[in-house]
Design a binder for this molecule. Structure first.
Ligand SMILES: Nc1ncnc2c1ncn2[C@@H]1O[C@H](COP(=O)(O)OP(=O)(O)O)[C@@H](O)[C@H]1O
Ligand SMILES: [Mg+2]
Length: 263
């Protein structure tokens, strides 16, 4: 940590003075996204233990670590879901203090989490699932644009979302995020449980998203696939950041991969 990143954490429990956006990163510029000293609990279980990281606009960050390292919990804390409960820390997205917001407010501020289980709404068609995403949030991509990028969804737009294949449901979950005007996309294991040929298709979609400059965090067990897509990587272990650097550094460092990623 540099001198610029002096702790400015807000301790909600103690109800301290309002936060001031921290200045750090190269040349003292504010990062597009920054999480600072996040601590979060499931009830009494202390899981996210002082996690900090920055992301520049348009960057793809791979969030890696073994099963149970705290990746999903970190994404959930950033998305301001009820659990785990964030008890300390600051989260800033494009100058907006997410740590002061609840999940629906964070979503309106431009944050989209695509959870591992995809949460396709039963009883609704593909298009209704997309439309629902736009109800409370500012609109992002039009249906036309979505169907151009995801032709399979266009072919199935009137089909019930939950009847799609696993890969198509993953595409719908990503498309639903893009149907909102987002600033940061959080993807929790987008390749999970998918056949290799479908993984390749999702990878192509993520490459396209990368070209569009959408700032993204990708959590993956399939670390190599995520590292090829990502610019930078952080590795979590037992709820703490144990590595923060470029994706290439992780690819090149066998010891690091063996220790924390079992690769
Ligand atoms: N709802 C929960 N209640 C209590 N503990 C949980 C809950 N969800 C996850 N945990 C625990 O938090 C730790 C981190 O889990 P998680 O964030 O899901 O890890 P990862 O996504 O890296 O596999 C694990 O020890 C897990 O058992
Ligand atoms: Mg997880």
């Amino acid at each position: 940590m540099s001198e610029q990143s002096a702790p400015l954490g807000v301790d909600f429990a103690k109800d301290r003075a309002p936060a001031v956006e921290p200045v750090r990163g190269q040349g003292g510029q504010r990062a597009y996204f920054s999480a600072w000293e996040m601590h979060a609990y499931y009830g009494e279980s202390y899981i996210v233990q002082g996690v900090s990281f920055d992301i520049r606009e348009g960057e793809i960050l791979a969030l890696l670590g073994r099963n149970g390292a705290g990746k999903t919990s970190t994404l959930r804390a950033v998305a301001r879901l009820e659990s785990p409960q964030l008890t300390h820390g600051e989260i800033w997205l494009d100058h907006k203090p997410l740590h002061e917001m609840r999940a629906h407010e964070a979503s309106r501020a431009g944050l989209a989490l695509v959870p591992e289980d995809r949460r396709i709404i039963p009883g609704l068609t593909v298009e209704e699932n997309l439309r629902l995403a736009q109800i409370s949030a500012p609109h992002g991509w039009s249906f036309e644009r979505i169907y151009e990028s995801f032709p399979r969804l266009g072919e199935r737009r009137w089909q019930e979302g939950v009847t799609l294949s696993g890969g198509e449901q993953q595409m719908l979950a990503i498309a639903r995020a893009l149907a909102q005007d987002i600033k940061l996309l959080l993807l929790d294991e987008p390749y999970e449980g998918l056949a290799p040929v479908i993984v390749q298709e999702i990878e192509r979609i993520l490459e396209d998203i990368k070209k569009l400059g959408i700032t993204t965090v990708i959590v993956e067990q399939n670390a190599i696939a995520a590292l090829h897509l990502a610019d930078r990587a952080i590795i979590l272990d037992m709820g703490q950041v144990v590595f923060d650097g470029t994706a290439q550094e992780v690819i090149d460092n066998e010891e690091l991969r063996q220790q924390y990623l079992a690769l």
